[in-house]
Design a protein around this ligand. Structure first.
Ligand code: PEP
Ligand code: MG
Length: 325
């Protein structure tokens, strides 16, 4: 099977009936991009930038960040590289950033919330990202957006930084795409409004499931609720994809769900445009897509949205789709 998959290394990701999607990789540092290419990635769907900030005693400089972002952009060439702005807080702490102790860190001061408050920190990262955008196909993505107001605030800071760079005659990609993660149910509910003011969405199911089900993603005792196939989660995903497509925007997914064999037929049928996963899952996913028919999966996903439990949905996909390949 591995040998079969290897043949797909430089093939497009296309279904049996000709629908093409993008299979991208999630990475955590610039070296991972090399591995992603060798694993058949057509782009980077999520570059988590926390690594730059962690395991040290001070904030990374603009120059350090610029070098890291540029390295990935150069490695990937024309392929898209979605770089997520700082997603610190929650369970991820920085020794040099004093944050108030919180009762519910996952519902607290983190990610874009922190960046919109500590704008110096945010601007430094945006400057580095914009400068690096002159060297490849970088796209910027904000994590943990809950409201349209937050998106607008982040974009206005981005515009300020762009204006500074223009004044200083520093090059950046004027057509750089800006998107957001959809990982909070509130954002999914107003996806139609958000879609008008972004270039793309990427659905972060790791958090979207946690917040939708009110079930901690690390807590074994409630893992029965932490289920990607829960009808509530699938309906939100469906709604987000529809809302984006109505505005002519593309939608990816960068949560673990995007690489799951049982999920891929449903996500394909719902119209997902980009699947971002760990590099090691890409060829297997490409092989699966090759055997699926988009037309049939559209009908399958429509049916699946009428089912009442995660278990029924999993069983249906296993028996009616995967076992028949
Ligand atoms: C997600 O929430 O799905 C996601 C991709 O982000 P992280 O796992 O880094 O929270
Ligand atoms: Mg997340």
């Amino acid at each position: 099977q591995k040998a079969e998959w290897a043949k797909l290394l430089h093939e497009p990701s296309v279904t049996a009936d000709g629908r093409q999607v993008e299979l991208a990789a999630n990475i955590g540092n610039p070296q991972d991009a090399v591995q992603a290419l060798e694993s058949g990635a057509e782009g980077i769907g999520l570059f988590r930038t926390e690594f730059l900030y962690m395991g040290r005693n001070n904030f990374p400089s603009e120059e350090e960040q610029f070098e890291a972002y540029k390295a990935v952009a150069v490695t990937m060439g024309e392929r898209g590289v979605v770089i997520r702005t700082l997603d610190i807080g929650g369970d991820k702490e920085l020794p040099y950033l004093e944050l108030p102790k919180e009762l519910n860190p996952f519902l607290g001061y983190r990610a874009i919330r922190l960046c919109l408050d500590q704008t110096d920190l945010f601007k430094t990262q945006l400057r580095a990202l914009l400068r690096a955008s002159a060297f490849g196909n970088i796209k910027i993505m904000y994590p943990m957006i809950a409201t349209l107001a937050e998106l607008r605030k982040a974009n206005s800071i981005l515009e300020e930084v762009k204006a500074e760079l223009r004044d200083q005659n520093i090059a950046f990609n004027e057509k750089l795409e800006v998107g957001i993660m959809i990982e909070i149910p509130a954002a999914a509910m107003v996806a139609d409004l958000l879609a008008k003011e972004v270039d793309f969405f990427s659905i972060g199911t790791n958090d979207l499931i946690q917040y939708t089900m009110a079930a901690d993603r690390m807590n074994e005792q409630v893992s029965y609720l932490y289920q990607p196939f829960n009808p509530a989660v699938l309906r939100l995903i469906h709604q987000v994809i529809e809302a984006a497509h109505k505005e002519g925007k593309w939608v990816g997914m960068c949560g673990e769900m995007a690489g799951e064999e049982l999920a891929i037929p449903i996500l394909l049928g719902l119209g997902l445009d980009e699947f971002s996963m760990s590099a090691s899952s890409i060829l297997r996913a490409r092989s699966l897509l090759k055997q699926l028919e988009y037309n049939k999966m559209e009908a399958v996903s429509k049916y699946v949205l009428t089912l009442g439990t995660a278990e029924e949905i999993r069983d249906y996909i296993q028996q009616e789709v995967l076992n028949r390949l």
